[in-house]
Design a protein around this ligand. Structure first.
Ligand code: FE
Ligand code: ZN
Ligand code: FE
Ligand code: FE
Length: 186
């Protein structure tokens, strides 16, 4: 039989483990809120960029794809507000530098190809980079939300993730319909 004198040590170890676990949890919560604020700002930047992309698009199909994704983007921003509210937090002001860079690069490409045949292909390329960035972010956020088993947040984030994936697939379809092997030859 073990002597009782070992018990105080055991409970100290246990205490340390509990401390570390709770600081792990609050650290992950902080990371979660950080990413939530980041993608919220990304969505907001996109609500300004998408109308410009729709205006620039030459094909009607691409124009309407951008317009309908703009509506989804506004809802996505709202879902993020709801997600934060559901855990009693508000989204802090944060600038998503990655999205800022993706949009800047897209604008550069847009002006470089203004009036050229490849403009729509270039717009799709820029937009798909954006969608993939968003898909990555929502994927991470969903995994983290699963660890805390917050079903409301998981559902909100999954709705947005599905929209991003569908937007990406739609862009691939449009790109395929634009594909013109002759265009790559001359
Ligand atoms: Fe989005
Ligand atoms: Zn971001
Ligand atoms: Fe970012
Ligand atoms: Fe999107």
């Amino acid at each position: 039989m073990k002597s009782r004198s070992q018990n105080p040590k055991k409970s100290t170890d246990q205490g340390r483990r509990d401390d570390r676990e709770s600081s792990d949890n609050s650290s992950l919560r902080k990371a979660f809120l950080d990413q939530l604020a980041d993608v919220y700002n990304a969505e907001q930047q996109l609500t300004k960029a998408l109308p410009k992309m729709a205006k620039a698009a030459q094909s009607e199909e691409l124009q309407s794809a951008f317009e309908s994704h703009l509506e989804e983007t506004e809802q996505q921003a709202q879902r993020l507000e709801e997600a934060a509210q559901s855990i009693g937090e508000s989204l802090k002001g944060k600038k998503c530098k990655a999205m800022e860079g993706l949009i800047k690069e897209g604008e550069e490409m847009m002006s470089e190809f203004k009036g050229e045949a490849a403009l729509d292909a270039v717009l799709i390329a820029a937009a798909q980079k954006v969608e993939h960035y968003e898909i990555a972010t929502y994927g991470t956020l969903i995994e983290w939300a699963k660890q805390t088993q917050n079903e409301d947040i998981i559902e909100l984030l999954e709705s947005s993730l599905e929209e991003e994936k569908a937007a990406d697939e739609k862009l691939t379809e449009i790109a395929e319909s634009l594909a013109n092997p002759q265009g790559l030859e001359d």
